[in-house]
Design a protein around this ligand. Structure first.
Ligand code: UD1
Length: 420
């Protein structure tokens, strides 16, 4: 069994560059299916989800090459329009291929995506968006059979879903005519997808606001793009310094994307200084509880940062209330933090963290990606040794968590199980 082994209780000091954003690169790679030429994507994080996405592209008949963190995709002559079940199950975001495959090939056949770790994650909004553009979708014993020539239309999302907005944008670029997406998600990953699509010649505007307008139907050409840094990885490292104390500098990050996270950390007593392309955090005194943290769509507090900030507040003086509004089952780290001595009570979507003077090292298990990262961060601020298992969940989102935290001064290593 692989584990992260952490010797906690020492304050941090160091500097680290932040990897490319997982949630940006996946829809961007899916978008390459629409290009009648070669796309070059730089700063792709080396993650299993990226590998699975490249496998899907290969399966669809795209030519792929990778050198370091640069990936070349040539979708000049795709041959497939279906994705096998084993690849669909690997990750939730595989569903974002539906729009581009349908748009490019006029048909698509997929199974339901995997990734149910946060409670039920329906795809009804994705399907409704594609139907609004004229797709005929049949759901037959776990398979989605889709066909139709898409035409521009009006899509109103009942919920500002990130994935459904991406799928709708990718389908709309291929649909003849004008599409308007209302109540679109406003996450930075949506803005980035727009800039990639524009680099391929698409006419898209409005990303970052809740109305996106797309003039679709013209074939796209190849293009080049550099993936932005991962705001959730940055939030994790800021929280890790907040857990352990000391100071740290994150390089290559856009502080504007992190303002709700840094506001909470500043309220707790951290000093945060933002530069044009970096953030510094210093934690010189015990933290205190903050006003309620409610997760919300961007620009609200990100659900993906809830667990790591909770870890940082376990030792804060007073009580902090968390309200998880995005996903039903996103407190699976709480029971494990309790093993380390945290005092947290959960009632439905609400968690109340009562600060304790110290945490203790323990053997804990990650049940999901960000919850797992929270256990690692908490381990840095705990006395003694912590072992975090369930490592595969954490590695889905962090290229080199142990190496990056070590660069920030942490005593941590990843002990990998050797399978013979
Ligand atoms: C994306 C991110 C994930 C982040 C989430 C919210 C990726 C790969 N993942 O996930 O890290 O936590 O945004 O910021 O980018 N919903 C429906 N029907 C649908 C789609 C969504 O009811 O068809 C609901 C979901 O159950 C959830 C809410 O909408 O309660 C938001 O989900 P959504 O924004 O779609 O998240 P993802 O795109 O899956």
């Amino acid at each position: 069994m692989s584990i992260f082994r952490i010797r906690g209780g020492r304050s941090l000091a160091g500097s680290v560059g932040v990897q490319g954003a997982k949630n940006s690169v996946l829809p961007i790679l899916a978008a390459t299916v629409l290009a009648h030429g070669e796309c070059v994507i730089h700063n792709c994080p080396r993650l299993s989800d990226v590998e699975h996405t490249m496998e899907i592209l290969g399966y669809l008949g795209c030519k792929i090459r990778q050198e370091g963190r640069t990936v070349w995709v040539d979708a000049s002559a795709p041959t497939g329009c279906s994705i096998p079940d084993e690849l669909m199950r690997e990750m939730r975001s595989s569903v974002v291929f539906l729009g581009p495959i349908l748009g490019r090939m006029g048909q698509a056949e997929l199974t339901y995506p995997g990734g149910c770790e946060l409670g039920p994650r329906p795809i009804d909004l994705h399907l409704a968006a594609l139907r609004a553009l004229g797709a005929e979708i049949q759901e037959r014993s776990g398979r989605l059979v889709c066909k139709g020539e898409l035409t521009g239309g009006s899509i109103t999302l009942s919920l500002a879903s990130v994935g459904a907005t991406e799928n709708a944008m990718l389908a709309a670029v291929a649909a003849k005519g004008t599409t308007t997406i209302t109540n679109a998600a406003r996450e930075p990953e949506i803005v980035e997808l727009q800039s990639f699509l524009r680099a391929l010649g698409a006419k898209v505007r409005g990303a970052g606001s809740s109305v996106i307008v797309i003039e679709g139907g013209d074939p796209l050409h190849g293009g080049e793009h550099t993936v932005q840094s991962d705001r959730i990885v940055a939030a994790t490292y800021l929280s890790a310094v907040a857990c352990a104390g000391g100071e740290g500098e994150l390089l290559g990050v856009d502080w504007r994307q992190l303002s709700t996270v840094t506001a909470a950390l500043v309220e707790a007593g951290c000093q945060v200084e933002s530069g044009s392309n970096s953030i510094r955090i210093a934690v010189r005194k015990p933290l205190k509880a903050v006003r309620p943290i409610r997760t919300a769509p961007y620009p609200g507090f990100p659900t993906d940062a809830q667990a790591v900030v909770m870890a940082a507040l376990c030792k804060a003086e007073g009580a902090t209330v968390f309200v998880e509004n995005m996903f039903e089952s996103r407190y699976r780290h709480v029971g494990e933090l309790a093993r380390m001595g945290a005092d947290i009570r959960v009632e439905g979507r609400v968690a109340v963290v009562c600060g304790v003077p110290r945490l203790f090292g323990a053997s804990v298990r990650a049940a999901d990606l960000r919850g797992g990262a929270a256990l690692v961060a908490a381990g840095l601020g705990a006395e003694g040794e912590t072992e975090v298992s369930g490592v595969k969940h954490i590695l889905r989102g962090y290229e080199d968590l142990a190496g990056d935290l070590a660069a920030l001064g942490a005593d941590i290593c990843l002990e990998e199980e050797i399978v013979i």
